[in-house]
Structures are given as C-alpha cells and as structure tokens.
Design a binder for this molecule. Structure first.
Ligand code: F6P
Length: 550
C-alpha cells in the first residue's frame, strides 16, 4: 500500500474505535436513511452493505484511500489494455471476451475484438453442431451424449461452477468434469460412459499442466483402446493458447479453440474455456451470460464510486481486512446451484490477491487477501455458523439470494429466503445477556440454571454482512455476479499495490512434485533435503510394499 494510503488506514483505525463504541443497530436508529444510503442497485440486483460498521465519514475516508492508491488511474490502465501484469509482462483484457457492445477494445493499441468474435463464432457453430448431432463421434455415428471437460484451476472451476449454476438451462449433452490427478476422478467419470458418444474437451491455457496432460493422455488411451487411434481427431477438442502442443497431442486445428495471453486462467470462463458450458446451455444463453459480465464492466468503468458496486465491495473488504484485521471472508449463497461459487471465488480472490510483495518487489506494507471460504445456506447453518455467531474471530459474510427460484417448490424458497434474512439479522442484532436471562426466566428456568447457562446462549451480534439480492439466477445474473467479484478483486489488488494477475506462489510445489516423482516411483530417498519428507516417503514405501505383497 502506498504511504499516503497507509496513513489514511491509520486514521480509519482510530475512527473505527469510535464507531464500535455503539451497537450496529444504533447506526440504523440514528439514521433513518441508512439502508438507502448504504445500498445500491444494478438493474434488479441489490447490494446492501448497511450491516457493516461504517458511516458517511468512514466511507468518505475509504474513498480517499482509494484515491490515494491511484485507483482511478489503475482502472484506466486496465481498460486501456496496458501491460499491468508486470511480472508476466502481459495485459489483462478478459473484459474483451464479453464486450458485446460492438466497440473496439485494445491491447496495447490493437483492437482484439475481431479475433474474439471469430473464436466466439467458431464456438457457436461447433456447440450447435454437437447439440444437434451434426458433429458426432463417427461419420454416421450417434450424437454425443456426454462431454468430459478435462482441466484444472481456471480451466475447470469456471465451467464447473457456471454449468451447475445454470442447470435449469442445460439442455444439451451431459457434462462431466475431470480435474484431479487422483485417478479416481477419471476412473469414476469414465465408468458408465460410452466411448462412441463421448466427447473430450481438453481445457488448458498452457497445455502443459501436469494434471490435465496426464488425465487427457489416460482418457485418450481409454478411447483408443475402444475405438482405435483414428477416433482421437473426432472425439477430442482442445481449448488453449498453445496451438503447437494441442497439435502434438493429435487434436486437429479445426477442433482447437484458442485464446490469448491477456486472459488469465481464473478469468477465462468467458473465453473458449467456456465451450463446455456453451454446449450445455446453447449459444444464446451463453451470450446472455456474456452480456451480464459486460453490463458490470460498463458499470465499473463509469459509475461514481458511491454507486459503484465492485468499488464498494472492495472498500468494505479493505475495511474488514486492514482496519478491523479480520482474517477470513465467507461467501454464503442461499442457492444450491451456486454451491461451487465459493470454490470459484477462492481461486479468483486467493490466487489473485494472496501476495506478500508489492508491485515494486518490496514487502507489502499491510495485510492483503483474506482466506475466502463458504458453503451454500442453509447447509452451512448446520455446520459452521456456530463460529460465525459465537466464535472468537469475526468473519465478514456475503449473503447471496435470488428473490425467485427456478424450481416450482415455492414453499421451499420461502423458507430458504427467511433463513437467509434471519442469519443476516441475527449476526447484527445478536442477543444480550439480559435478553437471554429474561427469556429463561419467562420459560420458568430455575435461577441457578439461568446463571450457569445464560453466558453460553449470548450472541454478541455486531457482526458484519453484505447482501446481494437479485431477481433470479439467470445466465445474465450469473455473468454479473462473477464480473462484480472480478472487479472487486482488482480494486483490492490496486489498493494493496500488488499484482493481482500473476500466480508465482503455485510454482514451487509443482517443481518439487516433479523432482520427487522419481523418489516416489523408486524407493531411493537419498537426496531429500528434510527429515520429515524423507520419513514420510520411507513410510509410504513400506505401505506400498505391504500392499503389493498382500
Ligand atoms: O497452477 C495454477 C494455474 O496456473 C492456474 O492459474 C490455472 O488456472 C491453472 O493452473 C490451470 O492452468 P492451465 O489452464 O494452463 O492448465
């Protein structure tokens, strides 16, 4: 964080102490306009951040902080297609993938839209052909019934999450996802699939990721064992920026869909990486998804900060992380179809902002990205909400809720919604010792039981939450939600002055795995640098031997 921004943080920390002197509900009592003031809309989508310990003054200081961090200039550099990913020497232009406006978008001065549109047109043609059966496993073969996306990280989480979220619109072939190098993933997926009618999509930006390449090779072996080598060209499709490698794998160019180095893996669901989704929901619905993302891009680029949802989401997050020192952030969608949304956001947020070094290579002067986690409600309520309400750490929360369900079970949706509103209220309002005692007394509890149990039943309250409330979980809304979080992550990275677009932190483990592989395969543990890893491997080999001999 820049020195001027850090100074504002110090002021905010002092001011926070003052704010925290009163209960959060008091802020509502003091200001009848509080909800209207601290919430905003984007079409049908409401972002309510009034249940946070902020007021006009705190928010004004947070805007000042964003200014001191150079947010406006950094946002302009992003949209101008400059090489803001300095450690990988790349621009960041995933917004072009959903630029449905017809206007150019430039990376270092060159309009990338013609290429983007060309790939999108090929994706549409191909997905339609798979859906109507005109592209099949053999000349007169039956249509593909199953599509297996093989990829990991951004080449998996996006398509998995989006296809789950848009299940009501999935009317194409069945989708399957294989990501883990654990052979159970591929084995379980292939069991029950018919090679004749199975299409494999190998999704990998680099086309070198070990998990994906090994899974793809094993899938290829499975197919060849059933249908012969010639079937590979018809049953395999590649999504990648590395056209040389896709060719070497045996996938013909007409089955390869490219994208560009200015699309980060965790921002790639809008690109060819979304092909499996397009096959499942059709090109028209995929377009609506892109439109939702584009709407948020325009909003982020043009709305004033006090109405700019990603900016507000980010600043509230900065408040929690840097002013209040809260270590984690929970994403709680009250939507079963969003059950992989927290996992998706984990990569988006933690791979982007889990950095401890500033852009200039010096240590970051403040805490950066929090641990992001979550589960859908109401399931989470019966698991970890205990800690949210009474734990010794405060966990800021984002609730997400659709006003209207995509299923016909209205009664379920009413109960689901009531739970969501109730949790957000309970976190803020809490239940005091006096209230607990009064209730126990009214219930006829004996005096000493009240004294013994009452402290356990107290809810401290004053716990912060945001609410994102929208009409229905449509492709357009999902596009909006993803883009809102993407830009939130960008704003936070800009304020922390870190590079949100590289991921060097994943490299060391990958390299050591390659080095250790021969030692896992053989039983020679010499040369391992630490006693613990050597001991683990020796035990591993003993167990492997026992298993082989039994
Ligand atoms: O290891 C992390 C990572 O590079 C992610 O950033 C990326 O989404 C994932 O691996 C998969 O990479 P690829 O699409 O190149 O296979």
């Amino acid at each position: 964080m820049r020195p001027a921004a850090l100074e504002i943080c110090e002021n905010l920390k002092r001011y926070r102490k003052e704010l925290h002197r009163r209960p959060m509900v008091q802020l509502f009592k003091n200001d009848a306009n509080r909800f209207r003031k601290f919430s905003c809309n984007l079409g049908d989508l409401l972002f309510d951040y009034s249940k946070n310990y902020i007021d006009d003054h705190a928010l004004a200081m947070l805007f000042e902080l964003a200014r001191a961090a150079g947010l406006e200039q950094k946002r302009d550099r992003l949209f101008a297609g400059e090489r803001i990913n300095e450690t990988e020497n790349r621009a960041v232009m995933h917004m072009a993938l959903r630029n449905v406006s017809g206007n150019p978008m430039r990376v270092e001065g060159n309009d990338v839209m013609p290429e983007v549109r060309a790939v999108l047109a090929r994706m549409k043609e191909f997905s339609q052909a798979v859906r109507d059966g005109s592209v099949a496993g053999s000349e007169e073969g039956a249509a593909f019934t199953d599509v297996v996306n093989i990829g990991i990280g951004g080449s998996d989480l996006g398509p998995v999450m989006v296809s789950m979220a848009l299940r009501p619109w999935c009317n194409g072939p069945r989708l399957h996802f294989v990501s883990n190098i654990d052979g159970d993933d591929l084995t379980d997926t292939l069991a029950g699939l018919d090679p004749e009618t199975t299409l494999f999509i190998v999704a990998s930006k680099s086309f070198t990721t070990m998990e994906t390449m090994v899974n793809a090779t094993s899938a290829r072996d499975w197919l060849v064992a059933h249908l012969g080598e010639a079937a590979v060209a018809r049953h395999f499709v590649a999504l990648s920026t590395n056209i040389d490698e896709t060719g070497r794998f045996g996938i013909p160019e007409e089955n390869t869909f490219g994208f560009w180095d200015w699309v980060g893996g965790r921002y790639s669901v809008w690109s060819a990486i979304g092909l499996s989704v397009m096959i499942a929901i059709g090109a028209e619905k995929f377009e609506e998804f892109l439109e939702g993302g584009h709407e948020v891009d325009r909003h982020f680029a043009t709305a004033s900060w006090d109405e700019n949802i990603p900016v507000l989401m980010a600043l509230i997050g900065i408040w929690h992380r840097n002013i209040c020192d809260y270590p984690t952030h929970a994403i709680l969608p009250y939507a079963q179809h969003l059950r992989r949304f927290p996992a998706y956001l984990q990569q988006l947020d933690m791979e982007s902002n889990g950095k401890r070094v500033s852009l200039d290579g010096t240590p970051a002067a403040c805490k950066t990205g929090p641990v992001v986690w979550g589960e859908p409600g109401t399931n989470g309520q019966h698991a970890f909400y205990q800690l949210l309400h009474q734990g010794s750490d405060i966990v800021p929360v984002d609730f997400l809720l659709a006003a209207n369900p995509c299923h016909p079970l209205e009664r379920h949706h009413e109960i689901l919604s009531a739970n969501c509103f109730a949790q957000s209220e309970a976190l803020m309002v809490g239940k005091s010792l006096d209230q607990v005692k009064a209730q126990m007394l009214a219930e006829g509890t004996p005096e000493e039981e009240i004294e013994r149990l009452a402290p356990h039943k107290v809810f401290p309250g004053n716990r912060p939450s945001n609410m994102i409330l929208f009409d229905r979980l449509t492709p357009r809304t999902l596009g909006k939600l993803i883009a809102l979080y993407e830009h939130k992550v960008f704003v936070q990275g800009a304020i922390w002055d870190i590079n949100s677009f590289d991921q060097w932190g994943v490299e060391l483990g990958k390299k050591l795995a390659v080095d250790l592989l021969p030692k896992v395969r053989g039983n020679e543990v010499a040369g391992i640098m630490d006693g613990s890893t050597a001991g683990q491997l020796a035990h591993f080999h003993r167990l492997r031997k026992d298993n082989t001999s039994s």
